[in-house]
Structure formats: structure tokens, C-alpha cells
Ligand binder design. Structure first.
Ligand code: AMP
Length: 116
């Protein structure tokens, strides 16, 4: 989508601190980190949120690849031993503010549960 900020990051049109990139996904540091490691993992194909992937051709494969990509990024960032959390906010109750599906990869400190 032309006016989507994460699509622009995926296309390299606006700067981001990119950790890893593939033809299908990009991982980059969050602008407002909530943990010592806070990386966003996005598909290059635009879905507004995870609910919008339901029923879309090949979305199961795309989301599966995205999760594996996020796990590879976590390994690359040294999070395997301490552990980490992957979460995706969907809609207003979850506080979604950017409407391009993204996984938050959080780690580097003990994370509270349940989340606020
Ligand atoms: P959410 O609230 O789940 O939609 O998460 C959106 C996240 O995107 C927030 O954690 C923001 O800090 C982050 N964010 C927004 N714009 C940018 C940007 N240009 N580069 C990196 N992170 C961003």
C-alpha cells in the first residue's frame, strides 16, 4: 500500500534499523523499544492485521514463514537462552497502532504475564 509506513520500510523508502531482510519479510528495531531487544518483524506483502490473512491464498505459508523468520532473528540476537516473546496486536483492544501486520519480538529482560 502506497501510504503504509511499514510498506515503505519494506521497500526501503524510509529508514529503519534493519536486522534481517528476505524477499518475504523484514525485521527492524522498534522506534520506541519496550525491552532491551524490541524488533518488529513484518511481511513484505501487506496485511492490515493477522485477522486479514484469513482466507487469503497462501497466507498460511506466509505467516508460517514469518514466524520462522522471527525465530531466526531471535537466535541471531542471542535471545535463545534467556527466552523471548512474540506478539501481534490486532485491533483497538490490543492497541494496534500501525495497520500492517507485525510481530513484536521482545527479549533481554524478564517479561511480565499477563500483559497489561
Ligand atoms: P502496534 O501498536 O502493535 O501497532 O505496534 C506498532 C509499533 O511500531 C510500535 O511499537 C511503534 O513504536 C513502532 N513504530 C512505528 N513507526 C515506526 C518506525 N518508523 N520504525 C520503527 N518502529 C516504528
Amino acid at each position: 500500500m502506497s501510504d503504509c509506513i511499514f510498506c515503505k520500510i519494506a521497500r526501503g523508502e524510509i529508514p529503519a534499523k534493519v536486522v534481517r531482510k528476505s524477499p518475504d519479510a523484514v525485521a527492524f528495531h522498534d522506534l520506541t523499544p519496550q525491552a532491551p531487544v524490541h524488533v518488529l518483524v513484518i511481511p513484505t506483502k501487506h496485511f492490515a492485521a493477522v485477522r486479514d490473512a484469513a482466507g487469503v491464498a497462501d497466507s498460511e505459508a506466509a505467516l508460517g514463514k514469518l514466524l520462522v523468520f522471527a525465530a531466526e532473528v531471535a537466535t541471531e540476537l542471542g535471545l535463545d537462552q534467556g527466552g523471548y516473546r512474540i506478539v501481534t496486536n490486532t485491533g483497538p483492544d490490543a492497541g494496534q497502532s500501525v495497520h500492517h501486520l507485525h510481530l513484536h519480538l521482545l527479549g533481554g529482560r524478564r517479561l511480565g504475564w499477563p500483559p497489561g
